[in-house]
Design a protein around this ligand. Structure first.
Ligand code: AMP
Ligand code: MN
Ligand code: MN
Length: 336
């Protein structure tokens, strides 16, 4: 797999094979976990189970709330709140995390751990693990997870496959995005061959939402604004959602995750921005480009990260101020 040195694969396999029957293993994925974070972590966790690892927990930093679409993932029984993570595990494995800042308080577990393996696919990955399985050309972390399971001799079964399929299909936008290579479809074929139902999984993950979430999306999309002159004339379209919006429709923040998709479909803009209020004055900002602009450069400049065409950061101020910061940086990046 492109980007991962053979030595790193060997070190990862050795570290896992060296585990004793009583050794504790802690799995961690990024804050506000998405389908790839949870799917690759739980899918790999089930694989470790098949290898006989029994002292196994999975967690993510922050509020212990799994987005509704992912609650039925196989392996969910491995999930614990971050304060219940093993304090001194023999091995830590980290999924879909580009930088330690995405680990919250759990970062404190790393220095004393005998082994830390990072599985990721962000070009911006800082290499903070002891063993780094980072494949920037991989469409999802689940691609890396499956490659490691294969090297460990763990066969795919329907439970592992469901987790990895959710991860793969969410991070590729249902096999539509950049990096949807022949290898991605070959992996999908191997996963589907275990007997999982892509139709049932896709309906649950992508095509099911509460009535209130649909109404909320109408309101948020209704206030979108288009600036065709921004980003050097490539155009920026943006909107925002507040905690008050969520309260009005009695919805949880996860329902906002997919809202960037209709925004980025706007023909007149290359760049789409969705500004989501997390707590008072603090916003999770999603950036997307159709291809003309490297939005990860903007996100990194504002303290975040991500991929060339899909990135994010934490913003402060009003949505207008945050979007102005993005536009200013886009102008700088396009003119240099
Ligand atoms: P999202 O817009 O939340 O779907 O995120 C798109 C991409 O940007 C993902 O690959 C995330 O890992 C990355 N990303 C989003 N928010 C942040 C952040 N605050 N810091 C670093 N990376 C982020
Ligand atoms: Mn992710
Ligand atoms: Mn990912």
């Amino acid at each position: 797999m492109g980007g991962v040195a053979d030595l790193e694969w060997v070190a990862a396999v050795d570290a896992i094979r060296a585990l004793g029957p009583d050794d504790e293993v802690q799995l961690i994925c990024h804050v506000n976990p998405d389908g790839d974070a949870l799917g690759s972590m739980l899918g790999f966790g089930l694989g470790l189970r098949r290898l006989g690892v029994t002292r196994l927990r999975a967690t993510f930093p922050g509020r212990f709330e799994v987005p509704v679409p992912y609650r039925e993932l196989p392996g969910s029984e491995l999930l614990v709140a971050d304060e219940d993570a093993y304090r001194n595990p023999a091995l830590i494995m980290i999924f879909d995390v580009a930088a330690e800042s995405r680990l919250g308080d759990l970062v404190s577990l790393l220095p004393s751990a005998p082994a830390v393996i990072v599985l990721d696919h962000h070009a911006s990955n800082t290499g903070f693990g002891g063993i780094n399985l980072v494949a920037p050309r991989a469409a999802a972390t689940s691609v890396v997870a499956e490659a490691l399971l294969s090297r460990l001799g763990v066969p795919l079964d329907a439970e592992i496959a469901e987790c990895l399929y959710v991860a793969l299909s969410t991070d590729t936008g249902s096999f539509k995005f950049d990096l949807t290579t022949p290898e991605v479809h070959q992996l999908a074929a191997r996963l589907i061959a275990t007997g999982i139902s892509p139709a049932e999984i896709s309906r649950r993950i992508f095509d099911t939402r509460p009535f209130g979430a649909m109404k909320l999306s109408g309101e948020v999309l209704g206030r979108a604004r288009l600036d065709v002159t921004a980003a050097g004339g490539r155009g920026v379209v943006w909107t925002y959602a507040t905690t008050a919006d969520l309260e009005k429709y009695d919805q949880k923040p996860y329902v906002l995750e997919s809202l960037i998709d209709p925004v980025r479909s706007v023909a007149e803009a290359d760049v789409a921005v969705l500004v989501k209020e997390m707590t008072a004055g603090e916003w999770a900002v999603s950036l997307r480009s159709k291809g003309a602009v490297d939005v990860s450069a903007v996100a990194v400049a504002l303290g975040g990260g991500g991929h060339r065409l899909a990135a994010g950061f934490t913003g402060r101020g009003t949505p207008e101020e945050i979007v102005q910061q993005v536009k200013d940086l886009l102008d700088v990046n396009l003119t240099k």
